[in-house]
Design a protein around this ligand. Structure first.
Ligand code: GTP
Ligand code: MG
Length: 199
């Protein structure tokens, strides 16, 4: 279907941006992947595009330190630095955190933000804070549970229900949650379909 067709086309890295004035022209539909450090943003982009090293992923929280733009057909895909703990100098972290927040609150062509939450842990206060920022900026966002392959049966419903409840308090949130694993590929086609449906 549409999602598979779209993601069969080549995704290309465009640029890494370190300041708002470095953003490319806002002449295309844009989607971004936001979430706490290490939640699996870069890995999800690689899974969606089926290109292992396209977005750099690693086990070190704070791997992605720039706002990275990729082009796919009529879309910009944007890999964001994470929020929360990062394994990097405080001054540097503060800079990229400020940029990430400015980006989320001030990008005219941002059609949808995908907000990634680790399925094992569910939403944290800092996720709620980012959701408030998106509400204020009127950026529609959709939650994606990541690392579904790692969640214990005992935590699965609890973390999903907690996320549902959190989303219900945010006017900019879509109620539908996409459950994914970049490891097994679960939910990846579903998410491709959601993205292909944006216009
Ligand atoms: P930052 O750029 O540091 O904010 O992290 P990120 O959100 O981009 O996370 P990244 O994609 O770099 O992944 C972090 C770690 O989680 C890596 O070791 C990945 O291999 C692992 N990971 C990501 N997605 C999954 C998944 O679905 N399942 C499993 N088991 N591991 C995953
Ligand atoms: Mg990353």
């Amino acid at each position: 279907e549409a999602g598979r067709l779209l993601f069969r086309r080549e995704t290309q890295f465009l640029k890494g941006v370190v300041a708002m004035d470095g953003l490319p022209p806002d002449d295309r539909i844009e989607i971004c992947f936001a979430g706490r450090s290490n939640v699996g943003k870069s890995s999800l982009i690689n899974a969606l595009t089926d290109r292992k090293g396209l977005a750099r992923a690693s086990n070190t929280p704070g791997r992605t330190q720039e706002v990275n733009f990729f082009t796919l057909e009529h879309l910009y895909l944007v890999d964001l630095p994470g929020y929360g703990f990062a394994n990097a100098p405080v001054k540097v972290v503060e800079q990229w955190q400020a940029l990430m927040r400015a980006y989320l609150g001030g990008r005219a062509n941002l059609r949808r933000a995908f907000l990634l939450i680790d399925h094992r842990h569910g939403p944290k206060p800092v996720d709620d804070e980012i959701m408030c920022l998106l509400d204020k900026a009127a950026v529609p966002f959709q939650a994606v549970l990541t690392k579904a392959d790692k969640v214990k049966a005992a935590d699965r419903d609890r973390t999903r229900d907690k996320l549902r409840e959190t989303l219900s308090k945010h006017p900019a949130a879509f109620p539908e949650i996409v459950i994914t694993s970049s490891e097994t590929g679960a939910g990846i086609d579903t998410l491709r379909g959601v993205i292909a449906g944006l216009n």
